[in-house]
Write a protein that binds this ligand. Structure first.
Ligand SMILES: Nc1ccn([C@@H]2O[C@H](COP(=O)(O)OP(=O)(O)OP(=O)(O)O)[C@@H](O)[C@H]2O)c(=O)n1
Ligand SMILES: C[C@](O)(CO)[C@H](O)COP(=O)(O)O
Length: 421
């Protein structure tokens, strides 16, 4: 949904077209939103509902096409929206091809919604829930008020609501298509501020899954500034300072690769993924039975080369035994780099299993381990770890923040050491 005018933002143009981030990372809000949505591998079609006046939107069309081309597999259409958000949703829904049976409705204004939120909504729909919304707990105390007679601009508190049962809902909201179409039929739907509200009115149960602070809606200028800071944080290289070797260790499916992909651009680091190295060796003719420790051996050697020329490295593999971890210590020593040891876990076995069973291989020829193989694979204790990250309740960017904080701390300590007489 990108057809709003952005009156409260007051940028003088529709909110979807407002640049987000600072050059060279600047892109219109709607382009950020589309790029984020396309990270969700379940999507097959996207309808961008744009302001009815096609003139200003023409300027972002090329950027949208570029994002879509990069995604490859998804069909994208742009259609004009209506006067209210709900009118725009109904128009977007009408444009969807008949074969689409499940629909996510997402605000372009929630341009930085993490892919985990999309995935949680999709998983709940796949589990049979007809309507799903992400939501976050309410952190303020919320009062119900009524106008106070004779006192302009003042109100009277009617009740203090129990915030433990309140949630602030976000998007993408997901629906079984026929339920959403039914909800948008009839009079009075224009006034609805979210689609779940219309579905609730039909008596259909709405399921809530965890949202994310990063799925916040850009409504005012200060929201835009916060979102811009997040964009900068996600893209900025920390410093071309002394190289570090970030060693991840964790079972398959806990989120190591997502974490590495979030950390590498921010650290200016090479992503060294043993799965890729191993598949390369197999494609090169190494018999599968001979693989053993060859992948790790090759990865250590490549890491040492990167560190030696001053490039940081994020090592992404299970690293489940002391011997494997010791190899990284040697690679770091050879490259004169500090080591950051990060244990990555998922404390919720159901969520871990869902991830293991829900993922598809993104490296040609790679056979992913099943849940049985994952659950029975041991991981040695790692008392030397700088960080233990539990991805059951941490968004990937928040996890990356923590890794980068350790990098910054180690670099600062190293600088202080050097300064000491
Ligand atoms: N007629 C409308 C109104 C809103 N939206 C979309 O719905 C989302 C949430 O709306 P909101 O944040 O209220 O956006 P605006 O309507 O643009 O903002 P404002 O109310 O300040 O004008 C936004 O992505 C917006 O583009 C839409 O597609 N069509
Ligand atoms: C759909 C929504 O984003 C859920 O929080 C919200 O209700 C949109 O409301 P707005 O008034 O259009 O900003």
């Amino acid at each position: 949904m990108a057809a709003g005018q952005g009156t409260r933002l007051g940028a003088g143009r529709p909110k979807g077209l407002v640049p987000l981030g600072r050059a060279p990372h600047q892109e219109p809000v709607v382009v950020h939103a589309l790029r984020g949505a396309l990270r969700c591998s379940a999507l097959t079609h996207v309808v961008v509902v744009a302001p009815a006046d096609p003139e200003p939107f023409a300027e972002v069309r090329d950027a949208l096409v570029e994002v879509v081309d990069a995604a490859g597999h998804v069909q994208v259409q742009v259609v004009p929206g209506g006067a209210e958000r709900s009118d725009s949703v109904a128009l977007g829904l009408r444009a969807l091809p008949s074969e689409v049976g499940t629909v996510l409705v997402h605000d372009a204004a929630r341009a930085l919604a993490p892919v985990e939120v999309f995935d949680r909504v999709v998983d709940a729909l796949r589990a049979g829930h007809p309507a799903v919304t992400p939501a976050v707990p309410v952190t303020d105390t919320v009062k119900q008020v009524s106008p106070q007679a004779g006192t302009e601009g003042m109100e009277r508190v009617v009740a203090t609501l129990d915030r433990s049962v309140l949630r602030a809902v976000q998007t993408p909201q997901g629906f079984d298509r026929s339920t959403l179409e039914r909800a948008h039929t009839g009079a009075g739907t224009s006034a609805a501020t979210d689609d779940c509200g219309l579905v609730e009115a039909l008596g259909v149960p709405v399921t809530v899954v965890p949202g994310s602070p990063r799925a916040m809606k850009i409504t005012t200028a200060s929201d835009l500034a916060i979102a811009a800071a997040w964009v900068e944080q996600a893209r900025a290289v920390v410093a071309p300072a002394a190289p570090v070797l970030v060693v991840l260790s964790g079972l398959p499916g806990v989120g190591k690769t997502s974490l590495a992909r979030a950390v590498c651009p921010r650290l200016g680091a090479a992503h060294l993924r043993v799965d890729t190295v191993e598949q390369g060796l197999l494609r090169g003719g190494l018999p599968a039975g001979d693989l053993g420790a060859q992948g790790y051996g090759a990865a250590y050697a490549v890491a040492a080369d990167q560190l030696d020329v001053g490039l940081s490295v994020v090592a992404d593999m299970v690293n489940g035994v002391d011997e494997a971890r010791a190899g990284w210590e040697s690679a770091a020593a050879a490259g004169r780099a500090a080591v950051v040891r990060v244990l990555v876990e998922c404390s919720d076995p159901q969520e871990h299993r869902r991830r293991v069973e829900g993922r598809t291989a993104d490296i040609p020829g790679h056979r992913l381990p099943d849940w049985e193989q994952t659950a029975t694979r041991g991981l040695a204790p790692w008392p030397e770890a700088h960080l233990r990250l539990d991805t059951a309740d941490l968004d990937v960017e928040d996890a990356a923040d923590r890794v980068l904080a350790v990098v910054a701390r180690l670099r600062e300590e190293a600088t202080t050491e050097e300064d000491r007489p």
